[in-house]
Design a protein around this ligand. Structure first.
Ligand code: BG6
Length: 498
């Protein structure tokens, strides 16, 4: 993590993107992420991108395509001088990911560059379907491209999902670490690059008022919500084989969970942070089948737009049982959290887009107000909205003006964007920059991934055995009723998402 806005440019390097014609690279990596980094002068003068894909294209058409992408996916940016700076550094190499010739051609390209301007540092970014991560790393190793020298480094960024279950994640870690050192391995979760997610750490540990009450004595429960309005869109093939649990929970939701629940690390050092996060995951109790709800959206309307049922989406089986929504209750076995439920939910085609963490405190006793006709007081809630708004709000009770004693909940809100006047970013900017600087704090270590999988594996097993249908919910709603029942059983309710 760069620690001030005057951060220097990253060291000279080449960024090799495997799968450069895919959705991720087109929508997020080249524009806006590289554009934003260039605009902030965080890319080195000696910088180049080599995009690799199977598609018949060349450097000229790749640059034209990238310019189109800029218009489409970063409308606030323009094909200005900054973009021209990026564009002239883009190169295309056509090749099959499983053909040794591709790696020979890449090795030649990198050697030529090394000879002409002395740049040997390389970040390999695997923006490909997950089943190619292992084979590409093996090929890179065989071609000698992951070997580091006294004066240069080689690093690999691996996208998510990392494995499709515990067994495959363990196997992938073995395969990766037979070629790379852990210190060369950057397993990405773009949530960790979001400013608002990093701000959770600052909020908790740079303010003295929260830590003393951040425990089971004062906190009633925590709700973590990642609600999306988008449906499965054009990702049917990937999504139908993946589902909401694997797509979102061991990655994005567990990152939010661990940042809220971890003990203060001893430093901002990558290992100190990751050690504390793994401890949280290891302390999560195995969830029973009745503390999990799966849902799948039916036809409906999202923000006035008609949405077809998930089962009718392109590349989705008409009889699919894949969940597009999941809600779960987790308990953490630790002195700090014993007995405090963490309710997590995420879903597609919901009523609103909202990523939020809400920490609900225990109610104040009514003692003082018992004879004043007040029979109920709302709890304090600290809510952190990470997107689309970027706010921290505290709900507390206030007296309604007038002669009688009436109490109402009010909110005090801090708006990150208004205050710092910061342009929204994708999260990838920070992570690419950190990797170029060798800072792995915001990346996931092998044991963290494995601990996450251990929690969800039992649920996957149970679902596979039960072969039950997910609960239906209408597109544009807040999710299935069964998810409401999950909290109602505990005398609680979800916060509104819209
Ligand atoms: C991705 C998931 O990792 O995160 C997508 O694969 C999801 O299904 C996306 O839509 C959400 O990211 P963000 O940044 O829009 O919250």
């Amino acid at each position: 993590m760069a620690d001030d806005s005057e951060a220097p440019p990253a060291p000279p390097c080449t960024l090799v993107i495997f799968g450069v014609m895919g959705d991720l690279a087109r929508r997020l990596l080249v524009a806006p992420a590289l554009y934003n980094l260039a605009a902030e002068k965080l890319l080195p003068e000696k910088f180049a991108v080599v995009g690799i894909a199977r598609a018949a294209a060349d450097t000229d058409s790749f640059r034209r395509d990238a310019r189109e992408g800029l218009r489409e996916f970063a409308p606030a940016a323009s094909a200005n001088e900054t973009w021209r700076w990026v564009e002239q550094r883009l190169h295309y190499l056509r090749g099959d990911f499983d053909a040794p010739e591709t790696y020979e051609a890449l090795a030649k390209w990198l050697a030529k560059r090394g000879a002409s301007d002395g740049v040997h540092n390389v970040v390999f970014y695997l923006a490909t379907p997950p089943d190619l991560f292992g084979p590409i790393i093996t090929r890179l190793g065989q071609a000698g491209l992951t070997r580091e020298g006294e004066t240069f480094w080689r690093r690999v960024i691996i996208e998510k999902p990392f494995g499709t279950d515990l067994k495959s994640a363990l196997a992938l870690n073995r395969e990766v670490l037979s070629v790379l050192n852990e210190s060369q391995t950057y397993r990405i979760d773009h949530y960790l690059g979001k400013e608002t997610v990093q701000n959770i750490m600052v909020l908790r540990f740079a303010n003295a008022i929260f830590e003393p009450i951040w425990n089971r004595d004062h906190i009633d429960h925590v709700q973590i919500t990642v609600a999306e309005t988008v449906g499965v869109e054009r990702r049917g093939k990937f999504y139908d084989a993946t589902g909401a649990l694997i797509d979102m929970v061991p990655t994005h939701l567990f990152q939010l969970l661990t940042l809220i629940a971890m003990e203060p690390p001893t430093s901002l050092d990558a290992d100190a942070m990751r050690y504390e996060k793994v401890k949280v995951l290891n302390a999560v109790q195995r969830a029973s089948a009745d503390s999990v709800v799966r849902g799948q959206y039916d036809a409906g309307k999202v923000k006035g737009r008609a949405v077809e049922a998930y089962k009718r989406s392109p590349d989705v089986a008409p009889t699919s049982r894949t969940e597009t929504y999941v809600a779960l209750k987790l308990l953490i076995d630790s002195w700090r959290w014993a007995g405090v439920p963490f309710y997590l939910r995420t879903g597609k085609s919901l009523a609103a887009r909202r990523t939020e963490i809400a920490v609900q405190f225990k109610r104040a006793p009514l003692a003082l107000f018992k004879d004043s006709g007040i029979d109920h007081m709302r709890s304090n809630v600290l809510s952190l909205c990470l997107q689309p708004c970027e706010t921290a709000s505290l709900r507390f009770s206030a007296k309604v003006p007038g002669p009688s004693m009436r109490i109402e909940p009010v909110e005090m809100t801090f708006d990150y964007r208004d205050h710092f006047n910061a342009a929204p970013k994708t999260g990838y900017e920070t992570l690419i920059y950190d990797c170029m600087n060798g800072d792995a704090t915001l990346f996931r270590r092998a044991d963290e991934i494995e601990a996450g999988w251990r929690i969800v594996q039992s649920l996957l097993d149970a679902w596979r055995d039960q072969k039950s249908e997910p609960a239906a919910y209408h597109a544009g709603s807040a999710g299935p009723q069964e998810a409401d029942a999950l909290l109602a059983r505990d005398g609680r309710q979800w916060r509104a998402i819209a």
